[in-house]
Design a protein around this ligand. Structure first.
Ligand code: PGA
Length: 254
C-alpha cells in the first residue's frame, strides 16, 4: 500500500557536465516504471539544469536544503519558493551532515520543515543516531527527540503521507560502507512509525513512507527494503553512479 521511494542525495558532488549525464542516464533507465517513486537532489547550482533533463520524466527534483523564509536579506541562502520555482518537488531536511557538520538544531530544522511543507514541497525529514548514542543505548531516545522536536506544529492531515517522508539514517552508517543490518533498520523504523502514530494517528502513520539511508548499495538494498517498515532508500555515494542507483531502484520494486 505504500509506494517505495528511492532518492539520490548527490551532496556536494558532480559538475554541470556529470550532473547532466547522471540525470539523463537515470531518466533513461527508469523509463515508465511507476511502482517506485524516484527523486534526485543535485547541488543548488545544478538544480535548474538537472530539472531540464528531468522534464517530462518520472524522476522528481529535490533540494538538499532550504532557508525557512520566503525571501529577504539572507546572503547565500535559498528559499522554499525558489526551490519550487526551479522545479523542485522535494527537499531534504535535517540531514545528519547539516546537524553535525553545520550545527543545525532540532528547532531550526523544525522551522525548515514547516516552511517547506507550507510552501508545498514534499519534505524528506532525516533522523538518526551517532555511534556513541547507539552504543550507549540511546538510539530510541535520540529518534524520539529528533522526531518530536523536528515535527512540532506539523499537524496531521489526510494528505500528510504525500507531503512528508521520514528518512532513518544512522550517522555511523553514512558514507562508511557499514550499513545497518536489515534487523537494525527494521527495529528503528518500527519505533519511528510508532512515534508517528502517536503524533499523527495510526492510519496516517501506516501510510507514511520511511526510507532507510546509510551505505545503501545494490548488494544490500534488497534485504533492507524487504523489511516491513522500510519503504525505500535515501542514497548518497551509490546515487552518483547511474547503474548502481538504478539497481537500488529496481531492488525497491522487486
Ligand atoms: P551514503 O549517504 O549512501 O553515502 O552512506 C547516505 C546519505 O547521506 O543520505
Amino acid at each position: 500500500m505504500r509506494t517505495p521511494f528511492v532518492a539520490g542525495n548527490w551532496k556536494m558532488f558532480t559538475s554541470a557536465d556529470t550532473a547532466r549525464k547522471l540525470a539523463a542516464a537515470i531518466v533513461a533507465g527508469l523509463g515508465n516504471e511507476m511502482r517506485v517513486r524516484v527523486a534526485v537532489a543535485p547541488p543548488f547550482p545544478y538544480l535548474a539544469l538537472v530539472g531540464g533533463v528531468l522534464q517530462g520524466s518520472l524522476v522528481g527534483l529535490a533540494g538538499q536544503n532550504l532557508y525557512p523564509e520566503k525571501e529577504g536579506a539572507f546572503t547565500g541562502e535559498v528559499s522554499p519558493t525558489m526551490l519550487l520555482d526551479v522545479g523542485c518537488r522535494y527537499v531534504i531536511l535535517g540531514h545528519s551532515e547539516r546537524r553535525h557538520k553545520l550545527d543545525e538544531s532540532d528547532s531550526f530544522i523544525n522551522r525548515k520543515v514547516k516552511a517547506g511543507l507550507a510552501a508545498g514541497l514534499r519534505v524528506i525529514f532525516c533522523v538518526g543516531e551517532t555511534l556513541e548514542q547507539r552504543e550507549a543505548n540511546h538510539t530510541e531516545a535520540i529518534l524520539e527527540r529528533q522526531i518530536s522536536q523536528g515535527l512540532i506544529d506539523v499537524s496531521t492531515s489526510t494528505d500528510l503521507p504525500e507531503r512528508l517522508v521520514i528518512a532513518y539514517e544512522p550517522v555511523w552508517a553514512i558514507g562508511t560502507g557499514h550499513n545497518a543490518t536489515p534487523d537494525q533498520a527494521q527495529q528503528a523504523h518500527e519505533f519511528i512509525r510508532s512515534r508517528l502514530a502517536e503524533l499523527f494517528g495510526q492510519a496516517t502513520a501506516a501510510q507514511l513512507v520511511l526510507q532507510y539511508g546509510g551505505s545503501v548499495k545494490p548488494d544490500n538494498a534488497a534485504s533492507l527494503v524487504k523489511q516491513p517498515d522500510v519503504d525505500g532508500a535515501l542514497v548518497g555515494g551509490a546515487s552518483l553512479n547511474a547503474d548502481q542507483f538504478l539497481a537500488i531502484v529496481r531492488a525497491a520494486v522487486a
